[in-house]
Ligand binder design. Structure first.
Ligand SMILES: *Cc1c(COP(=O)(O)O)cnc(C)c1O
Length: 430
C-alpha cells in the first residue's frame, strides 16, 4: 500500500511541490499532505485508508457532501451523451436560467471553467464597459490568479500595488489599487482623488480567503454610492460565497440590510459547478451586451458550458433549493462554531468564530478581525498545532489559518458532535 509520505515523495518528482494548487502542499501548517482516494457524504479517505470528516469540501463546491445520488445520476447520464461538443446545448440555457432565477441582480450570465477565468473576464468587461483602466481591490481578498489581481498594497494610498508573484510585470498591476478591507476613509480618498478613472471596485463580500471576514454594511453601502456617483462598477466576487452563505448568495444578505442593493457584476464558481470545473460571471443585459459576439469585449472558452459540468452544476443548484435546505445547513454550521467556541472557553483558549450558511471561520483571538492585517497579526503557531491535533483525530480542516471552512448538507448532528469532541481534546492539549 502507498503511504501519504511515499506518494508525496513520488509526486514531488513529477509535479512542482507535489501539488497542482499550492495550498494543498501543507506548507503553511507543515507535515505531509493527505492523498485522497475517495469521498462519500461528509467524509474523505486517504491513501492509508484513514477516514476524515471533511470541512474543505473541495474548497467549497461540495455543498451537498460527496456523491449525492441525484448528482451522480445527472453526471453519468450527461457523460453517456458526450463529454464536450464545442457547440451550444440546452443544458447551458437551463443552468443560466437557474442562476438568474436565484440572483435577481443579473439578467445574463456567461459560463466559464474556473473562478480565475470568471474574475479576469469580469474585470475586462468592467474596463471595456466603462472605458477606464483602474481597478480597486482589497488586501486579503483573492480573486483568482489573473496577473492584474496578483497584487499587494503599495506603500501609500496614492501609489498603486506591487505584484505578489514573480512573472507579473509592474506595468500590469499599475492600474490596480489595493486598499484595506472595511476601511471607509481609504475608499473615500481613492474616489476623491481618482474617481473618474476607476472602472470597478471588486470585493469578496464575505471574504473567505482571509479566513472569514465580513464586509461591514456601511462599507458596502458607501462603495455602492461612490461607484454610482463616479460611474464605476461594483463587482461582487461570490466564487466562494455564492450559493454557499445563502440561496441568494452574499448579495441577498446585503440586500436585506440595504433594500434595493445590488452589485453590477457578480462572479460565481465553486458551488455552481458542484465539484466540476465550472464558473460564471453575470450582470445586467446592458453590461453583458458588451461581450463578444455582441460587443467589443472578447472572451471565449473551448470547454465553457461543458455538458458534463453543467449537468453537475444544475443538479446541485436544484437540490440546494429544497425547502429548509439552508436552514438545516446553517444550523449545522452554527452548532459546529458554537461547539468550538464553548470547548475553547472551557479549555481557557481564546477563540472567536463566525459563520453564514455553510461557511465558517474561527480565530485564536479575543475579537473578530475586520481586515487582513488583524487576521495575520496573531501568527499561525496556535492554529497550526490545532490543525494537526484535529487531523490526527480524523478532522480535515483547511491547511492554513487564513482559509474559511465549509460544512455540507451531508454532515449529521453526530458528525458535528464528533468534530466538536475532537476539537475539545485539541484545545485542552494546546
Ligand atoms: C476560489 C476563488 C477564486 C478562484 O477560483 P478558481 O476556480 O480556483 O480559479 C476566485 N475568487 C474567490 C473569492 C475564490 O474563493
Amino acid at each position: 500500500m502507498s503511504t501519504n509520505a511515499s506518494l508525496f515523495e513520488r509526486a514531488q518528482r513529477v509535479i512542482p511541490g507535489g501539488v497542482n494548487s499550492p495550498v494543498r502542499a501543507f506548507r503553511a501548517v507543515g507535515g505531509t499532505p493527505r492523498f485522497i482516494t475517495r469521498a462519500q457524504g461528509a467524509y474523505i479517505w486517504d491513501a492509508e485508508g484513514r477516514r476524515y470528516h471533511d470541512y474543505i469540501g473541495s474548497w467549497g463546491p461540495m455543498i451537498l457532501g460527496h456523491g449525492h445520488p441525484d448528482v451522480l445520476e445527472a453526471v453519468q447520464k450527461a457523460a453517456m451523451d458526450g463529454f464536450s461538443f464545442g457547440a451550444p446545448t440546452e443544458r447551458e440555457i437551463e443552468l443560466a436560467e437557474e442562476i438568474l432565477k436565484l440572483v435577481p441582480s443579473a439578467e445574463q450570465v456567461r459560463l466559464v471553467s474556473s473562478g480565475t477565468e470568471a474574475g479576469m473576464s469580469a474585470i475586462r468587461l468592467a474596463r471595456g464597459y466603462t472605458g477606464r483602466n483602474k481597478i480597486i481591490k482589497f488586501e486579503g481578498c483573492y480573486h483568482g490568479h489573473a496577473d492584474a489581481l496578483l497584487v499587494k498594497a503599495g506603500s501609500g494610498l496614492a501609489t498603486f500595488g506591487h505584484p505578489t508573484s514573480a512573472g507579473v510585470p509592474a506595468e500590469v498591476v499599475q492600474h490596480t489599487l489595493v486598499l484595506e478591507y472595511n476601511n471607509l476613509a481609504q475608499i473615500e480618498e481613492a474616489f476623491a482623488t481618482q474617481g473618474s478613472e476607476i472602472a470597478c471596485v471588486m470585493i469578496e463580500p464575505i471574504a473567505g480567503n482571509m479566513n472569514f471576514v465580513r464586509a461591514s454594511v456601511p462599507f458596502v453601502q458607501r462603495i455602492r454610492e461612490l461607484c454610482d456617483q463616479h460611474g464605476a462598477l461594483f463587482v461582487f466576487d461570490e466564487v466562494m460565497s455564492g450559493f454557499r452563505v445563502a440561496l441568494g448568495s452574499a448579495q441577498s444578505i446585503y440586500a436585506k440590510a440595504l433594500p434595493g442593493f445590488k452589485p453590477d457584476i457578480s462572479v460565481f464558481g465553486k458551488v455552481i459547478g458542484g465539484g466540476m470545473p465550472l464558473a460564471a460571471f453575470a450582470a445586467s443585459r446592458e453590461i453583458m451586451s458588451k461581450l463578444a459576439p455582441l460587443g467589443p469585449v472578447y472572451q471565449a472558452g473551448t470547454l465553457s458550458g461543458n455538458p458534463v459540468a453543467t449537468a453537475c452544476g444544475l443538479a446541485t443548484l436544484k437540490l440546494i433549493q429544497q425547502p429548509g435546505f439552508f436552514d438545516k445547513l446553517s444550523l449545522s454550521t452554527r452548532n459546529l462554531m458554537d461547539g468550538f467556541t464553548l470547548a475553547a472557553r472551557e479549555a481557557g483558549v481564546p477563540l472567536v468564530a463566525d459563520c453564514e450558511g455553510g461557511m465558517f471561520g474561527f480565530f485564536f483571538a479575543e475579537s473578530l478581525p475586520q481586515n487582513y492585517q488583524t487576521v495575520m497579526a496573531r501568527g499561525s503557531d496556535t492554529f497550526n498545532r490545532f490543525f494537526h491535533l484535529v487531523l490526527e483525530r480524523g478532522v480535515y480542516l483547511a491547511p492554513a489559518m487564513y482559509e474559511a471552512g465549509f460544512v455540507s448538507a451531508a454532515h449529521t448532528e453526530q458528525d458535528i458532535a464528533d468534530t466538536v469532541a475532537a476539537a475539545a481534546e485539541a484545545f485542552r492539549l494546546l
